[in-house]
Design a binder for this molecule. Structure first.
Ligand code: A2P
Length: 271
């Protein structure tokens, strides 16, 4: 068991349990008053599959509050990236949003999750459907070559209320294009963004755009087909529920790590 000093509350130290890593914040970027990303050091012994999540906390209490966070960086990255909402008066995020490079973040050692390539049967086209910070596990998967080995085409949909909330995903795809290691995969990736509460080139909930066929018309692909199409869903509870129904209506079947299927959902982040 180690002891960690938290910069936020200088001088106060708490013991770190054996099942927790104490890592250092490398960088922080704020996108809006509701969204920010941060990167931390990666412990040498930490292994995970792209798309999995971990429990994140701060060393600011004897019994810290932990919340589930998708790891947004791919399995091969030397650092760990997270994309977070700022919940007003949220027990974790009201403090987490104030972290700076050099601060300490706690991470439980065991990653887990169902938004992994292993939980899906092979297919032609992989849809990653996200709202808000639900893009995080897909930020990991679209940077992992394994995703493109398994699927011919990857379609990442991201719906947010406002244009500024799409920025993290846009930067991500732009950086991917310029990445010498994985930039070649961008040819197989389509980033499909929509907003619902601010004018933008494409508007509407993705569920509506599936139902009225606009998503498929825009992409130039046939409607959802369980023979060829696979889905991953991450976002708010209502979104998960509504989209699950639409995928099931199209004949897709929910899978898990134990029994791979034609779509998977992550329920860990819903509060
Ligand atoms: P809307 O603005 O129409 O509610 P939130 O910030 O509330 O998590 O929402 C993020 C995005 O997800 C918003 O664009 C929101 O659209 C959309 N959304 C919320 N609930 C659903 C749902 N049940 N089905 C599809 N999209 C949803």
């Amino acid at each position: 068991m180690g002891v960690v000093d938290m910069n936020i509350e200088k001088g106060v130290t708490f013991p770190v349990p054996d099942n927790v890593f104490a890592e250092t914040v490398v960088s922080v970027k704020h996108y809006t008053d509701r969204l920010f990303k941060f990167r931390i050091t990666r412990p040498a012994s930490f292994r995970f599959r792209s798309g999995e999540f971990v429990m994140i906390g701060l060393p600011n209490a004897e019994k810290p509050v932990y919340r589930a966070y998708s790891i947004a960086s791919p399995a091969w990255d030397e650092e760990l990236e997270f994309f977070s909402i700022k919940v007003p008066n949220g027990p974790l995020t009201e403090h987490l949003q104030k972290i700076r490079p050099g601060d300490t973040v706690l991470m439980r050692k065991k990653p887990t999750g169902t938004l992994v390539n292993d939980a899906l049967l092979p297919g032609k086209r992989l849809y990653m459907f996200s709202t808000g910070t639900g893009i995080a596990p897909f930020a990991s998967l679209i940077r992992d070559p394994e995703t493109y080995e398994k699927f011919d085409q990857v379609i990442l949909t991201h719906t947010c209320r406002l244009v500024a909330e799409l920025k993290y995903g846009e930067e991500l795809v732009e950086d991917l294009k310029n990445d010498p290691l994985i930039g070649e995969f961008v040819d197989y990736l389509t980033h499909y963004t929509t907003t619902t509460r601010e004018d933008s080139p494409r508007m509407g909930r993705i569920t509506t755009l599936i139902e009225n066929g606009k998503l498929f018309a825009d992409l130039g692909v046939p409607p959802l087909d369980p023979e060829t199409d696979r889905g991953m869903i991450c976002g708010s509870m209502g979104f998960l529920k509504d989209l699950k129904l639409l995928l099931e209506k199209a004949g897709l079947i929910e899978g898990s790590n134990a029994a791979p299927g034609t779509f998977v959902i992550e329920r860990a982040f819903v509060d």
